[in-house]
Design a protein around this ligand. Structure first.
Ligand code: KIV
Length: 284
């Protein structure tokens, strides 16, 4: 049972890789969902700044501040005490300088109890990965479609389709690994590029989001995998259960039963003894 499982550690994650067992990873933003993911035995949880889109209804991840990330990551930690929890450094919390990166990574660790942090970007961010890792914080990278750069990437689309761009992603992955990244997420790159990076990784876990089966494990955005995001359905995301439909049908039943007075029933309320009731009436 997930409830009894040991706290996930870096050596345990690397052992899974060595044993050829794929790592399971989902995004999560709140306590009850974290509790369910923990029960299901999910290995890693990303509290992504995608919460700006999935939870707050923005069109991008850019408006999410550090304080929101801290609040949601702390809630996830409470719901999932043994999963490996990753806090996602939000837009402009690490880009300005190595120092800003270390400070905000430290805030994540101290204020939320998460296990590691993630930043987006390639070789130009290697000094941030190095600095954070040297400060004793496990750091991971994110290449391919990096949502914080959606404007310069030309939208939410496949990256590294051509050989030149693919070579840059492969070089970036090596730079991040050499800087100390324990893990790199490849989002929306061709499967063959993901395979090349995975084969070349020495001491770094390579994870795929829409980048094929050859990585050491898979990530999905929780709201995509459970049909909870109304704005669009990415092709890469399989819907494992239509929770959106189940909840919508439940809501329709609620509206109907309150409207036609079939809810509440006696088992849904609490009574009062005749004695106390009569006493109360006398007092009025
Ligand atoms: O914020 C997030 O959830 C992410 C994923 C898109 C990988 O960074």
């Amino acid at each position: 049972m997930a409830e009894q499982r040991k706290k996930m550690t870096l050596p345990m994650l690397f052992k899974k890789v060595a044993d050829g067992k794929p790592i399971t990873w989902l995004t999560c933003y709140d306590y009850p969902t974290a509790y369910l993911q923990e029960q299901a035995g999910v290995d890693m949880i990303l509290v992504g700044d995608s919460l700006g889109m999935t939870m707050l209804g923005f069109d991008s991840t850019l408006p999410v501040p550090m304080d929101d990330m801290i609040r949601h990551t702390a809630a996830v930690r409470r719901g999932a005490p043994t999963a490996w929890v990753i806090g996602d450094l939000p837009y402009m919390s690490y880009q300005p300088s190595v120092e800003s990166a270390i400070r905000n990574a430290g805030r994540f660790m101290a204020e939320t109890g998460c296990d590691s942090i993630k930043i987006e970007g390639g070789a130009e961010m290697a000094d941030r990965i190095y600095g954070i890792t040297k400060a004793g914080i496990p750091a991971m990278g994110h290449l391919g479609l990096t949502p914080q750069s959606v404007s310069s990437l030309g939208g939410f689309k496949l990256q590294g389709k051509g050989a030149v761009q693919a070579k840059k992603i492969i070089d970036d992955a090596k730079a991040l690994e050499e800087a100390g990244a324990f893990c790199i997420l490849l989002e929306l790159v061709p499967d063959r590029v993901c395979q090349l990076i995975t084969e070349r990784a020495n001491n770094c876990i390579i994870m795929s989001l829409g980048s094929g089966p050859h990585a050491h494990g898979q990530l999905l955005i929780y709201h995509d995998a459970f049909a909870l995001y109304p704005k669009f359905k990415p092709r890469m995301a399989k819907v494992f259960a239509d929770a959106g439909k189940v909840i919508r049908e439940g809501l329709e039943s609620y509206v109907k039963e309150v409207s036609d007075k079939t809810f509440p029933q006696p088992e849904n309320w609490f009574g009062m003894t005749d004695e106390e009731y009569n006493e109360l009436k006398k007092m009025l």
